[in-house]
Design a protein. Structure first.
Length: 377
């Protein structure tokens, strides 16, 4: 019985494995110190979930904010990449220690995992992370995960823990993803407007839903916003994972949200096979190919991408790299692993398969992107 309501997130049968993401604005106060009393109530709820048989993973923000206070850095440690890296190095010790101490008070072992974008974008490292998470959960530990901001650069960062949490949920085979936020859910327009209405249920993230998002982080402490949360929902839904955004400001935030019936539940419309869910959830692509209308229709029917349907090639990429597939209007159609590098694709684009051997000087592959290595979005 999959997750169908917000209440199901506390049901061990409906949601046997749950990922809970805690934002900086909830965990860290305006003075830059941890909101310990609030966190104690949340840890109590996570311990209760653990006791009733749910396996729990935490994705916790807050390292940069905590470290910035200790180092006396301005702008919450986000004034520059160097400041953020230094603050994360100091703050991560404090953050991990806090989680370990509070979970130990309930007899639970905490495990720390620091991840970069590459750890979940590279297929081998992704599978390694999956194996580690599985072993920790089987041993009864609660993994506490954060982005490894002390070494991550702009090019290899998730940039927000919403999308990191979705990728972790995917890697862990979670049933549910719960984003604790400083907003109560998704509104049809900026909630600062008096006429904004909260959406209780979303079945699939459509362009209309994406248009409701405000990309800014309301607190100024975190790095995400509603846009990043909807991107997380897109990742989760491809893996068949239910996701919810609930307000976390109150003590015992899970019980508080359920009591009020407040929050937005995102139910998945699809469940891609594991490899295609990983491919569809990728955040960094090496390039793109633009296809004509005929190729777009063929992809929608489940066909491979042939060179004859390619009208343009963008960016440098090598064979095996993940690339975007777009139509002539710029709409993203698919992600796939290229069978040729960008230079070869440029030489082959628009040409029939029978011509490929003469153009390349060797026996061609069956497709530019084979359907087994392609996921339509």
């Amino acid at each position: 019985m999959p997750v169908a309501t917000l209440a199901d997130f506390t049901d061990a049968d409906a949601c046997p494995r749950i990922v809970v993401k805690v934002g900086s604005a909830l965990l860290v106060g305006e003075d830059g110190a941890a909101r310990r009393a609030w966190l104690e109530t949340l840890v109590g709820e996570l311990a209760a979930a653990h006791a009733r048989g749910q396996q729990v993973i935490v994705v916790s923000s807050g390292a940069i904010a905590l470290g910035a206070r200790k180092l006396g850095l301005t702008k919450g440690g986000r004034g520059s990449l160097a400041d953020a890296q230094a603050a994360a190095s100091v703050g991560q010790i404090a953050l991990a220690g806090l989680w370990a101490e509070l979970l130990a008070g309930h007899g639970i072992t905490a495990a720390q995992i620091l991840l970069t974008l590459d750890d979940l974008e590279d297929r081998r490292r992704y599978l390694n992370a999956t194996a580690t998470l599985g072993r920790l959960l089987a041993a009864g530990a609660i993994p506490v995960i954060n982005e490894n901001d002390s070494v991550a650069t702009h090019e290899i960062r998730f940039g927000d823990n919403d999308r990191l949490a979705a990728r972790v949920a995917q890697a862990a085979g979670a049933s549910g993803l719960l984003l604790l936020s400083d907003v109560d859910g998704l509104y049809d327009r900026n909630p600062r407007r008096g006429d904004a209405q909260m959406l209780k249920l979303v079945r699939g993230v459509t362009p209309e839903v994406l248009a409701m998002a405000d990309g800014a982080s309301g607190s100024g402490v975190g790095s995400g916003g509603m846009t990043s949360k909807l991107q997380a929902a897109e990742i989760a839904e491809r893996a068949g994972i239910a996701m919810a955004i609930v307000g976390g400001k109150s003590n015992a935030p899970l019980a508080s949200a359920l009591a009020k019936g407040s929050g937005t539940l995102f139910l998945p419309r699809r469940r891609d096979p594991a490899r295609k869910a990983w491919l569809g959830g990728r955040l960094r692509l090496k390039g793109a190919v633009v296809v004509d209308d005929g190729a777009a229709r063929a992809l929608a029917r489940g066909s491979s991408l042939l060179a004859a349907g390619i009208s343009a090639v963008e960016g440098p990429f090598a064979r095996g790299d993940a690339v975007a597939v777009r139509d002539g209007k710029g709409h993203l159609l698919a992600h796939g692993l290229a069978e040729y590098d960008a230079e070869e694709c440029e030489r082959l684009r628009g040409r029939q398969s029978a011509e490929h051997a003469e153009i390349l000087g060797y026996a061609p592959r069956s497709a530019v992107i084979h359907r087994d290595q392609l996921v339509v979005l």
